[in-house]
Design a protein around this ligand. Sequence first.
Ligand SMILES: Nc1ncnc2c1ncn2[C@@H]1O[C@H](COP(=O)(O)OP(=O)(O)OP(=O)(O)O)[C@@H](O)[C@H]1O
Ligand SMILES: O=P(O)(O)OC[C@H]1O[C@H](OP(=O)(O)OP(=O)(O)O)[C@H](O)[C@@H]1O
Length: 217
Amino acid sequence: MITLALSKGRIFQETLPLLAAAGIEVLEDPETSRKLILATNQPDVRVVLVRASDVPTYVQYGGADLGVAGRDVLHEQALASDGAPGLYQPLDLKIARCRMSVATRVDFDYAAAIKQGSRIRVATKYTETARQHFADKGVHVDLIKLYGSMELAPLTGLADAIVDLVSTGGTLKANKLVEVESFMEISSRLVVNQAALKLKRDKLRALIDAFASAIPA
Ligand SMILES: Nc1ncnc2c1ncn2[C@@H]1O[C@H](COP(=O)(O)OP(=O)(O)OP(=O)(O)O)[C@@H](O)[C@H]1O
Ligand SMILES: O=P(O)(O)OC[C@H]1O[C@H](OP(=O)(O)OP(=O)(O)O)[C@H](O)[C@@H]1O
């Protein structure tokens, strides 16, 4: 059995064409089913649904043989746990593309705050990534960990800035925030458990090759 870990939503949807290239069709729709283990048209391949940030954990500890995870999640976890032992990352799948950015209220002068060496309060789900980014710039920050709705933080006075993902910019615009700095291009990677790669080499190699052939331009 090959177990593939995916998160519901965009990663699941954008992985479907890659699975199709490998001749794999998922037999249930995660949007309508409450099941967490989904069968496919191939009796020896199944999909498990986990939180986006749990995909590397499942693959690293062998709960899944492989998975699809955003570079944002992989980078954050690598910083938090000093690398990602046991995880092989053979492919950039070029799906779920966005960027990691700093955003503030329109009336916050980010450039001046940085120039003056002020301490700024930054709210984010990506505390380790943000810590590294601001340390590299020599900017002093107080980090506030949030788990969602980051855009609210500058609007309520919780923080001066946020570090979050931006794609179309629509979410920032709807909340009257501006992107003041973009510092990391994000897409999703295929992650594979290294022990599984040895034990199930032929099947996993065939899957990796099929995925590689179907990566969008
Ligand atoms: N607006 C976006 N456009 C394109 N890709 C995105 C966007 N937002 C997030 N992503 C990418 O898709 C991945 C999954 O995002 P998704 O919104 O499905 O989960 P999440 O809500 O961030 O995760 P969790 O359930 O763990 O809170 C992210 O890790 C990121 O790599
Ligand atoms: O620039 P945009 O195209 O507006 O995309 C950016 C938004 O996308 C992500 O949220 P998502 O849609 O994944 O919501 P969720 O984290 O609540 O699932 C991210 O956290 C931003 O809020």
